[in-house]
Design a protein around this ligand. Structure first.
Ligand code: DQA
Length: 144
């Protein structure tokens, strides 16, 4: 089973960026967690991070026919990107949305998620462990 983990803008700044909200773990720690999860669960995990909306759209399109599931943290594009929503709908690959912080308890503009409208599940407010939870949820969903 192949899972693509996509991260949007500023996720590469984890550990530096607003540690009171996103925690002290770094982006390298997140990559290590993904590798550990892949090994422990016998999954093939590819990860990709970009600060650019079109790059994320390209990556979703390229996943068509090659990937079984997508875990995506669109970051700030969560609240603006109809393009990422449409890309997820275009490829119809089951996707789980992840947010490190609990967006529900934050500003009003974070309450809408466009890509989330094409996702089968969302995990919020679990810190980096949310990615592991999303991968396991997706694995179970795809095995059903
Ligand atoms: C985020 C929440 C978004 O509102 C924010 O723009 C991010 C990160 C999260 O993981 O909690 O960049 O997606």
């Amino acid at each position: 089973m192949k899972i693509l983990v996509l991260n949007g803008p500023n996720i590469n700044m984890l550990g530096i960026r607003e540690p009171g909200i996103y925690g002290k773990s770094s982006f390298a720690d997140l990559l290590a967690l993904l590798e550990e999860t892949a090994k422990a669960e016998g999954l093939e995990i590819e990860q990709y991070q970009s600060n650019h909306e079109g790059d994320l759209v390209d990556k979703i399109q390229q996943a068509y026919g090659k990937v079984d599931g997508i875990v995506i943290n669109p970051a700030a594009y969560t609240h603006t990107s109809v393009a990422i929503l449409d890309a997820l709908k275009a490829v119809s690959i089951p996707a789980v949305e992840v947010h490190i912080s609990n967006v529900d308890a934050r500003e009003a503009f974070r309450q809408i998620s466009y890509p989330g409208m094409a996702c089968v599940h969302t995990i919020k407010g679990q810190g980096l462990d949310g990615y592991r939870q999303a991968i396991l949820w997706l694995r179970d969903h795809l095995s059903r």
